[in-house]
Design a protein around this ligand. Structure first.
Ligand SMILES: Cc1cc2nc3c(=O)[nH]c(=O)nc-3n(C[C@H](O)[C@H](O)[C@H](O)COP(=O)(O)OP(=O)(O)OC[C@H]3O[C@@H](n4cnc5c(N)ncnc54)[C@H](O)[C@@H]3O)c2cc1C
Length: 333
């Protein structure tokens, strides 16, 4: 059966129900293991769109990525009202109306345990079996003071256990190559990551980084602290830089600045005119992401996870540079 419901045309074998999808849905780790394309698998991160225009743009990117066969796609989650409802609906539609393997981000912030259980139920009802379990950040100011919901959880580790107890879910967690901004030091950071993995997480996805050494040291730290948990995949997250302002803002929100070597390259590309040379910055950003991805492949990374901001073009350019035979055309953004 072929169908077109306004979100673009899907592939012929549309599953009949969420229940059927769940029963045949692989876990992220299985998807990485059975990846049939040449080279290291890749995956992408989407963000919940804010309005109808954003949703149309997301679906264009979804259809473009569908042709490139990512190992999985993840959908971030921002706490709060209608955005949250839209996020759950669209993530469900990724399961029911595409051939992609969706991973729903589940964040503890602002939710009671009862609400979190209900959210997991909504995801399960729409065929989602893979969840990235996170604590989330204080809304409005990610670096602001953290307050646990009075009936919620303090740390992601607790939520991992709750989700695992709810049923046959496959759980991933966040990891931080430079340490989480609230960790007193890297040892504590590694200790708590290992605890989340021991609680039942099967893999982690890292915060984005711009120095591959940070990823390699994280991997070494986890193996040294706990060789069993250290054997689980640590999936590096990459953001192809397309705008200096966007990446600087993203780094500020994590309480960091870009490495000097990266900044120097981008500033040189930006030029000295009052308006930055956006095309040159973008080209340099794609080149930096390509170099990082190649090094990660050489170092045995299990997958390359790309932040897309709901556009397919930058990621597909990096993949093309790496020699992946991706065919995303026609691409509009
Ligand atoms: C790949 C990725 C995807 C993300 N997606 C989203 C998203 O969709 N929505 C969103 O809002 N945010 C998202 N985030 C951001 C994330 O929620 C924040 O970085 C948050 O501050 C940390 O989340 P966590 O799950 O790692 O928390 P936790 O694992 O709970 O850790 C939080 C802090 O507490 C420490 N800690 C953990 N356990 C203990 C303990 N037992 N005792 C003492 N200290 C402890 C940790 O070391 C860390 O400093 C994402 C982050 C990553 C890396």
């Amino acid at each position: 059966m072929d169908f077109d419901n306004g979100r673009g045309r899907s592939t012929p074998d549309r599953p009949a129900s969420a229940r059927q999808i769940v029963s045949r849905t692989p876990s992220v780790v299985q998807s990485l293991r059975t990846h049939s394309g040449s080279g290291v698998p890749f995956s992408v991160e989407f963000n919940p769109p804010r309005d109808a225009a954003g949703e149309a743009r997301l679906w264009r990117a979804v259809r473009q990525f569908e042709r490139m066969h990512p190992a999985f796609v993840s959908m971030t989650y921002g706490a709060g009202g209608s955005t949250s409802d839209r996020t759950v609906r669209i993530t469900g539609e990724l399961a029911t109306e595409t051939t992609l393997l969706p991973v729903a981000h589940l964040t503890a912030v602002g939710h009671s345990i009862a609400e979190l259980r209900s959210l997991v139920g909504s995801y399960a009802d729409s065929g989602i079996r893979n969840l990235l379990v996170l604590r989330g950040d204080p809304p409005g100011d990610p670096l602001g003071e953290w307050h646990k919901h009075p009936s919620g959880v303090e740390y992601a580790e607790e939520l991992v256990r709750i989700v695992r107890d709810l049923g046959d879910f496959h759980v991933g967690v966040a990891s931080f190559p430079q340490g989480h901004h609230r960790s007193p030091d890297l040892d504590h950071d590694t200790l708590h990551l290992a605890a989340k993995l021991r609680a039942g997480a099967e893999y982690s996805i890292t915060q984005m980084f711009f120095d591959v050494e940070h990823y390699l040291r994280l991997r070494d730290r986890v193996v040294a602290m706990d060789p069993i948990e250290g054997a689980k995949p640590i999936i590096p997250e990459l953001m192809p830089i397309t705008s200096l302002r966007t990446v600087q803002r993203a780094e500020e929100l994590c309480g960091r600045t870009l490495p000097k070597s990266v900044m120097t390259r981008l500033e040189k590309a930006a030029g000295t005119a009052p308006e930055e040379d956006r095309a040159a910055v973008r080209a340099e950003g794609i080149q930096i992401a390509t170099e990082m991805a190649q090094r990660l492949i050489d170092e045995g990374a299990p997958c390359l996870h790309f932040i897309t901001l709901n556009f397919a073009k930058a990621t597909s350019e990096v993949l093309t540079n790496l020699g992946y035979g991706v065919t995303a055309a026609p691409i509009s953004a």
